[in-house]
Design a protein around this ligand. Sequence first.
Ligand code: ADP
Ligand code: MG
Length: 323
Amino acid sequence: LLRELAIARVMASFMFLSNTLAMDDYMSVSTYQDMALTTVKQLGQGHFGVVELCSHDNSSNSVPHRSELVAVKSLRDNMRSVQNTSDFRNEFDIWREFDHKNIVKLLGLSLPSGRLVMEYIENGSLFSWLSQNRKQEVPFDSIFEQLFAFSIQICEGMEYIHSKGKIHRDLAARNVMVGSQFCSLDADKISLVAKISDFGLSRRVDATKTYYRGNPEEFPVQWYAPECIKDQSYHYTSDVWSFGVTLWEIFSYGQRPEYKNAEKKSHLTLVELFNALQEGCRLPRPVNCPTSMFEIVRSCWAFKHEDRPTFTSLLGKLQKEEV
Ligand code: ADP
Ligand code: MG
């Protein structure tokens, strides 16, 4: 039985490469040929995927000798389990339906490997952008307007995702990319645009429900709402909790959110974390975060999911904030 299981796993990996994302299923998206993609460098890797910068040779098309840069995502070699493979397909299915200025654009699928081809975002993730600025000692005040614009842009992208009946489930600064915005009114101060990415954990919500039930496995619990930690139910407003943590990352200038056990000075277990959140423990206000902004952040961290604001109401509040 074990041998058969092992064979089934290997077969499943091959299925992923050849059939899982077969051309017939996806005639509506652009297809790229693996052979026309040349890797330039690795851009980053998360828990599940590796993202590479590739140059795409267009010379077989109408424009001769023209190549474009794209970002190409594949599953990490050690992550090719049946579950992850189906999550990868799910990521494609969800992402291909999105078309919004604050969401990284999925361009298509590369065959026969089945990798995802997306627009290349030259400034990388918001997390690395924040850390770099902090390390280079760029004064926080000088980028405050830009950070505020990012907050609104992420909120707009999330409002759109929810309007499409999807939950992101992994909203964090590492999964928001920083793109360039060429037609900015105030090019000096707000020249960058936040674009939400990484739909690997995203799910479609059954139209008759307001939540999705999933496995807790290897999830980023510091970004997770209490109901996700306790019984793995993901509501639309579970994303709102994660948005609050993302705002915390932005206004703490790229620090990592960590709940620590004051007595043991160690990380909390899941049960300890849930109990602490239930007792009202929250991440502290970052020194650079204005108190009115932190009130908005705190509203995202209401213990009960039904007490949290929607992205539409958050957008209204953020737009009223004075910068
Ligand atoms: P995972 O599902 O493994 O978390 P991600 O989609 O989050 O993978 O990508 C991992 C990292 O790769 C990101 O944090 C970012 O640094 C980089 N990256 C992802 N997409 C792009 C892109 N379109 N352009 C530039 N860098 C990217
Ligand atoms: Mg990621």
